[in-house]
Each structure stands twice: as structure tokens, then as C-alpha cells.
Design a protein around this ligand. Sequence first.
Ligand SMILES: [Zn+2]
Length: 96
Amino acid sequence: MSEYPSRLVEIIYHKSGVKLSTAERIAKAIEKAGYLPVELVQQQIASMEVRIADMKAGRLTYCAYCGEEFPIDADGTPEAVSNHIHNCPKHPRITK
Ligand SMILES: [Zn+2]
């Protein structure tokens, strides 16, 4: 949720026209209550749809154990995946 508070304050501030300090207090109350504004949920869904499309098109691969994603055609991906397998906290360890 790290990117949410400032974005939430921004939305409240610009949409309501209240003072910045008021927007910050409202944002804190909304977060404390466990709610997110529709705009943020829509952004989250759009971002996930892009990731799903990338996976379906074969532009992304991911760790089946923790979900970390890797671009398939980027430089250094084989090394990054190999490195990840050795350091992934959820990946089963190979023991002798
Ligand atoms: Zn992993």
C-alpha cells in the first residue's frame, strides 16, 4: 500500500478542493477503515490486466512459487531467473 497514501491525498485534494491538511486527514481515515477509492481500485485492475496480457503474449515469465515476474526478452533475464531460484524464499531447496 506504499504508493497509495500520497495518491489518495492527491485525489481527495484535487476532487474536493479541501485544504491539503484536510485531504491528508481524510486519506488517513479512509485507509484506517480499510477502504480505497474507486480510482485506485480501477488503476490496480488496469495494471493487473496489462500484466496478464504480457504473460499471455509470452512477454513475461514468473516464479511459480512467489510470483516474482521477469521480462522474457530482456538482457540478463536468464541470470536473473537463475539468481532468483537460488534466493527465492518460497522456492524448494535442493539438498544433497
Ligand atoms: Zn520466487
